[in-house]
Ligand binder design. Structure first.
Ligand SMILES: *[C@@H]1O[C@H](CO)[C@@H](O)[C@H](O)[C@H]1NC(C)=O
Ligand SMILES: *[C@@H]1O[C@H](CO)[C@@H](O)[C@H](O)[C@H]1NC(C)=O
Ligand SMILES: *[C@@H]1O[C@H](CO)[C@@H](O)[C@H](O)[C@H]1NC(C)=O
Ligand SMILES: *[C@@H]1O[C@H](CO)[C@@H](O)[C@H](O)[C@H]1NC(C)=O
Ligand SMILES: *[C@@H]1O[C@H](CO)[C@@H](O)[C@H](O)[C@H]1NC(C)=O
Ligand SMILES: *[C@@H]1O[C@H](CO)[C@@H](O)[C@H](O)[C@H]1NC(C)=O
Length: 432
């Protein structure tokens, strides 16, 4: 597929942004989520959109409408005051003590997120902590967590952002005990880790759509066919194992922006971005809503009494250009609340998440199930400085100062802002 060069000022961008943005993200995601982006520098895709960061828009930010974390079941241990604190609204404040772990203490950081080892010069991004407006958020307490999680199992279900979060958690926990990798799936990036002294198991399940899907991509993210997404069937990779987990962190998002053919009853019913195919364009929102609705219905109607956290969509921070024509994320400090608003598609996805979560909460009331809304969207939006940018690889500018390097402004450096997601998890699950 060849995409024509399009240069738009921000006004026309606003008219076309949905279309172009989804195009942009489809490709960005196919690359970044698979983790390899280099090859695209040599292809002729080129979409010029500026600016990626839509500062001219005066939009309501998510923080304004995000609810406090909600529980299906009354938690009798909860301190009422804490329940009123919305962990998703707040500011990043200086934190001189720095991260819990470093590239020296954690040995499992993926190369693409190992910004310290890769030579990122500005390490100021390590010295911030998330401060909810109405309460203190304690740092993750690895010892306490592991102690309370004896004989328990957790699963993180989702895409490469989920893996990013799990690696962060493994690094935090490694200060107490290093985990053993006890299972690895070669065909999908699914892993299981065990903390031997605690008999605590942590699984990552690769299910980027939560739905049954056939993808035709090689390891480099090169697509040889459209994704076939079954809107009416959940992915058995996670549903078959669901009963075996005590805690589940589930998430969706970016993969829905990719080009895909949609199926229902094993029959093609439409698509997302498929020009020339004479199919009904549904758009990604419909598919995302269907996925969440079914995932929540499955969880709520299951007899398994687990604790389920739904983690919200994650924003990216490519600036000045798109991901594939030199877009970068060079900022070195967090945004302030008023300096940034969520992109249109992220706002839509976040609203869908809120709505479907609320419905699930109603459906599940009275069941032995705890459903929690892990709202990381807004606090992540404020951290343009926390991405690897060009430092996805070891010393990218060592040989050539002006080397053209693919930037990653979607995943997070480890250590980095994503570590705070676990602070929220700890607060919601253990302290709350
Ligand atoms: C960790 O990062 C620092 C730079 O921040 C670097 O000097 C050091 O060699 C790195 N250590 C490892 C084990 O990669
Ligand atoms: C963990 O399981 C072992 C073996 O079943 C049992 O002896 C132990 O009491 C359990 N510990 C906790 C905290 O449940
Ligand atoms: C580990 O935990 C599981 C429950 O999750 C339990 O069945 C098993 O007996 C435990 N094993 C040990 C060695 O404690
Ligand atoms: C799927 O097929 C079943 C019977 O095969 C039919 O009852 C149902 O209406 C179909 N659903 C859709 C969405 O086409
Ligand atoms: C597109 O699909 C419609 C209905 O399925 C059909 O009537 C029409 O002939 C198709 N057009 C082309 C160009 O294939
Ligand atoms: C849940 O339990 C009830 C009664 O124990 C049973 O009738 C029902 O089939 C179970 N549902 C599932 C999804 O396992």
């Amino acid at each position: 597929m060849v995409i024509k060069e399009t240069r738009l000022d921000w006004k026309s961008w606003s008219l076309f942004k949905q279309h172009h943005f989804s195009l942009l993200v489809k490709f960005a995601v196919s690359i970044l989520l698979m983790g390899l982006a280099f090859r695209l520098f040599y292809s002729n895709y080129s979409i010029g959109v500026s600016p990626v960061i839509e500062t001219p828009f005066v939009e309501k930010t998510v923080g304004d409408e995000a609810p406090a974390p909600v529980e299906v079941l009354e938690n009798t241990d909860a301190i009422p005051q804490k329940e009123q604190c919305d962990l998703s609204i707040g500011d990043w404040v200086p934190n001189p003590s720095g991260p819990i772990y470093t590239n020296e203490s954690c040995h499992i950081i993926h190369t693409h997120q190992n910004c310290m080892t890769n030579g990122r010069p500005n390490l100021g991004y390590l010295y911030w902590k998330w401060k909810p407006r109405d309460c203190e958020l304690p740092r993750f307490n690895a010892e306490r967590f592991l102690e309370l999680m004896r004989n328990k199992s957790w699963a993180f279900i989702g895409d490469s952002i989920s893996r990013n979060h799990v690696q962060s958690l493994l690094c935090i926990l490694s200060k107490v005990e290093a985990a053993d990798l006890v299972y690895h799936d070669d065909s999908y990036p699914s892993d299981r880790w065990n903390f031997p002294s605690y008999n605590f198991t942590l699984s990552v399940i690769w299910s980027p759509f939560l739905l049954k899907a056939a993808t035709f991509e090689d390891i480099n993210g090169v697509s040889s066919g459209d994704i076939q997404l079954h809107l009416d069937e959940l992915d058995k990779k996670w549903t078959d194992q669901y009963q075996s987990f005590d805690y589940v962190v589930i998430s969706g998002g970016k993969w829905f922006l990719k080009a895909a053919i949609y199926y229902e009853n094993n029959t093609i019913t439409g698509c997302n971005y498929c020009p020339g195919k004479n199919l009904t364009e549904f758009g990604p929102e419909i598919a995302y809503r269907r996925a969440l609705k079914q995932a929540f219905n499955f969880i709520v109607s299951s007899n398994h009494s687990s604790i389920v956290l739904f983690r919200t969509t994650t924003p990216e921070h490519f600036e000045n250009a798109a991901w594939n024509n030199g877009g970068t994320c060079k900022r070195t400090v967090p945004f302030k609340e008023e300096e940034i608003s969520l992109k249109d598609i992220d706002t839509k996805f976040h609203n869908i998440e809120l709505e479907e979560f609320e419905k699930a909460k109603t459906l599940g009331s009275g069941k032995r199930l705890k459903l929690k809304f892990l709202d990381t969207t807004h606090l992540s939006l404020l951290r343009p400085d926390g991405h690897p940018g060009p430092y996805r690889h070891f010393h990218p500018f060592e040989k050539d100062k002006n080397a053209k390097v693919q930037n990653d402004c979607l995943h997070w450096c480890l250590p980095g802002p994503i570590d705070s997601w676990s602070d929220l998890v700890m607060e919601m699950v253990i302290n709350g």
